[in-house]
Write a protein that binds this ligand. Sequence first.
Ligand code: SF4
Length: 264
Amino acid sequence: MSHFPNAKTVYGPVKSWRFGLSLGIDPIFETSTCSFNCVYCQLGHIQDITSKHKIYVATEKVLSDFKEVVDAGTQIDVITYSGSGEPTLAANLKEMIEGIRKISPNLPQYILTNATELHLPNVREALKLLDKVIVKIDAADEQLFSRVNRPAPGITLKTVLAGIHQFKSEYKGEIEIQSMFMPMNDKEFDDYATIIKDINPVAVQLNTPKRPYPLSWHRENRGNHEGIFDYEVRELKVITPDRAKEIETRLTEATGLKILSVYR
Ligand code: SF4
């Protein structure tokens, strides 16, 4: 349960099974806005599917919300930019990162991104200030990419992967990959293994949509929640623990990378 109310651009901290107590930072905030509209998105059907970069919420509000949490003495192990959509669409993301660094210089800063904007130099400049960048890859071909991630016009898997490689060649921090596996995308093993091996991240986290999919946007769905809703939801097909184990084993053998399954 969040300690801070929904009128805030920070949420949580939520207990992450990998990173400890993670305070979410929401650079989008007003409506759900993303360059993807993933079939499993916890924000429901994205209200504004766009690649438009602009200031969605003032840096001052984010910094003052963050400072309130710090001043309250809340325990935080890491902050993660995520929230109501794709954080790299926020034109003031770099300002937020720098401002938070000034308030809490030693706090690790991570981002969850769909990587659609990494082809842009100013986005790469902002993300280079972070300690860890976690990119989403759910598909190994364009057709499946369109079906699972349902991107804004003009975005292709090819451009996303090119952006990730460009960023990787310039970045000194850690890159991780997060992938959502469902029965609709768990077959293209070899191509997926080749893609992640080429990127060579420090880890790959495999998820499956264990929570129901809300049909509309509710701000409280940022971060973790307890799966209790008073609004309409739909269950998604998940992969079984056995299948997850099989994928994890096969990917580990095929790539030599550190593969972590949410079912562990
Ligand atoms: S990239 Fe993230 S925020 Fe955007 S639609 Fe997909 S799951 Fe939702």
